[in-house]
Write a protein that binds this ligand. Structure first.
Ligand code: NAP
Length: 245
């Protein structure tokens, strides 16, 4: 039986490339997008001959995420791979950046949890800008602490937003991805045997990365795709190699 993947932000950029490749590889692919979800699925179906379907999904909205999960439940869909790819860089204030890049993956993961198969994978798309080395020492220690709980991490992220994105030694994007990596580690132990990893696409020529980026969409997508079938859990990878975070 074909496996099913849900890719958030699957309507353009790295997410769309990944959706295309998974469909070509025989996966049933759900394009979770707040814009053009159905149109993208229709176009990729024509291009690939694969099985793709659009589902409306705004990762910053509790209602949108709950409605999406309900629709999938109504369709008796089970998910083998969730890819939390949707993200923004430099397009919003601290609150929107955190809502999209950190709280979004958490919100989607918790809503989709009942639909995930026991051997499912969750891939959180991270960035080198989220490396702990970019944070000040105190926050580096905080995120690295193996005793850090999900509740405490969430509280710290709310406090970061209230502080206007100041005080961690780097910008909201960097903090959102560093915190996402810590969340990956925490969810890996909470959700086992489901495997949860972060994967970094590198600097990629998408709308976000710009035309001067050194990597193609295909290279970025391949790096992210590693998480979809990873046997490891709780790690951060680029190009299939574990990287320090
Ligand atoms: P992109 O071309 O700007 O695409 C971003 C995607 O995220 C779009 O599909 C966008 O949908 C979606 N999105 C944003 N906010 C959303 C929301 N609230 N709900 C649902 N979807 C939302 O960026 P990309 O380069 O493909 O980036 C994909 C991921 O890779 C991101 O997590 C990014 O941080 C990470 N990354 C990228 C690079 C790079 O160099 N490009 C480097 C490191 C990490 P709309 O069309 O509706 O806006």
């Amino acid at each position: 039986m074909a496996k099913t993947a849900l890719v958030t932000g699957g309507n353009r950029g790295i997410g769309q490339q990944l959706a295309r490749e998974l469909a070509e590889g025989g996966w049933d692919v759900l394009i979770g997008a707040r814009t053009n979800a159905n149109a993208t699925a229709t176009r990729l179906r024509k291009d690939t001959g694969g099985r793709l379907r659009g589902v409306e999904l705004d990762v910053t909205s509790d209602d949108s995420v709950a409605t999406c999960a309900q629709k999938l439940r109504d369709g008796a869909i089970r998910i083998d791979a969730l890819v939390n790819n949707a993200g923004i860089y430099g397009k919003g204030d601290t609150a929107l950046t955190m809502e999209t890049n950190f709280f979004g993956p958490l919100r989607v993961t918790l809503a989709m949890k009942p639909l995930l198969r026991d051997d499912a994978t969750i891939t959180n798309v991270t960035s080198g800008l989220g490396a702990l080395a970019n944070l000040d020492e105190a926050h580096r220690r905080l995120l690295r602490d193996p005793a850090l709980t999900r509740e405490a991490l969430v509280d710290h992220m709310h406090a970061f937003v209230r502080a206007g994105g100041r005080g961690w030694g780097t910008d909201a994007y960097g903090v959102s991805k560093a915190a996402l990596n810590a969340l990956t580690r925490i969810l890996a132990s909470e959700l086992a045997p489901i495997r949860v990893n972060s994967t970094c696409p590198g600097w990629v020529r998408s709308d976000m990365g710009g035309r001067n980026a050194p990597r193609s969409l295909e290279e970025g997508s391949a790096s992210v795709r590693f998480g979809v079938t990873a046997t490891q859990t709780g790690k951060v990878f680029r190009d299939g190699e574990e990287i320090a975070f």
